[in-house]
Write a protein that binds this ligand. Sequence first.
Ligand SMILES: Nc1ncnc2c1ncn2[C@@H]1O[C@H](COP(=O)(O)OP(=O)(O)OP(=O)(O)O)[C@@H](O)[C@H]1O
Ligand SMILES: [Mg+2]
Length: 362
Amino acid sequence: MTSVPQVRSQAGPPVLDVTDLSVHFSAGGRLLGRGRDVVRAVDGVSLRIGQGEVLGLVGESGSGKSTVGRAVAGLLRPTSGSISLGGREITRLSRSQMRPLRRDVHIVFQDPYSSLNPRMSIGAIVAEPLRQHGVARGRERDRQVDSMLAKVGLRAQLRDRYPHELSGGQRQRVGLARALVLRPRLFVADEPVSALDVSVQAAILNLLTDLQEEMGFSCLFIGHDLSVVEFISDRIAVMYLGKIVEATTRLRLFEQPQHPYTQALFSAAPLPDPPLQRGRVRIVLSGDLPSPLDPPSGCSFHTRCPVAVERCRSDEPALTEVTGPGHAVACHLVDEHGPPDVAAAVAAGTAGTKEDRVHDQA
Ligand SMILES: Nc1ncnc2c1ncn2[C@@H]1O[C@H](COP(=O)(O)OP(=O)(O)OP(=O)(O)O)[C@@H](O)[C@H]1O
Ligand SMILES: [Mg+2]
């Protein structure tokens, strides 16, 4: 049992269950427990992903998204907290104990070129996981590779080509084929389309949606672009400086964003309807993301929050379901009646006034 609030999954028993995950690095780059110059890349993150569910993790650069993804994929050992995959705790497993579990979770990265071995043919790259796990040999392995290439929309003739002979979109298709050929239970997609042309992004996102429906894997989809994450996710968790500040279903997040940071993210995303777009107040956040080496006291967003009050500087808000079940938010200003209207405060010029706002003094 834990008292840590979970980002709840609605879709059956969780495939992934992360509780109070923290990953701290030394400023020099090593993983660390305690001490000075600690980079709190991830600080107390809890989330669950149900069978066949896609959880989007969104936040600006440096908020800790990839670190969560890498920990979940078993690529780095967390400082504390637990990660359970299909009911099995993975954080304390040795390399050899971890090996069979690697079949269950696969990750795809942003840059498909640097993650594909340039000296291996496409066929060999996609066959590699099958070989490593002794899943199929000979003609059966070839058959599975061909079938996977077809699934990701690549012609069989590309088997004998090399990564440099392919376009960015084709390379990301190869990355998907390699990640999915073992039919993992969980697929971690770390900004899989950010490095691609806009025209290719939509094709890859559509492909990923189709594959997810067909193969039924669960997915942690990481992105900084809300419209991309929105397209693919059932639920969305918003990260800020190593913590989840809000999480709920995609629809609810779009219709009723609560946290001032989420409201700011939405205000920056383009709307399809031009009149709506013209009538909207853009919430511009001052300054950059603070350093995770020295996170602000209280609510870590208070230094940039247009509506922060004194309490936000001293007390850290807990992630709780204030406005109803299935919608968790970490903000002192959100109560059962709803969120503060950040856009209205910005438009009225009341945001940032000196009496009770703190960000000017920070
Ligand atoms: N190996 C490491 N050593 C030291 N600090 C690290 C290491 N890896 C990540 N960090 C720091 O942890 C923080 C979170 O990094 P992370 O890559 O998880 O962010 P992100 O949300 O994925 O950002 P982006 O959108 O740019 O990919 C950053 O401040 C980063 O500099
Ligand atoms: Mg990243």
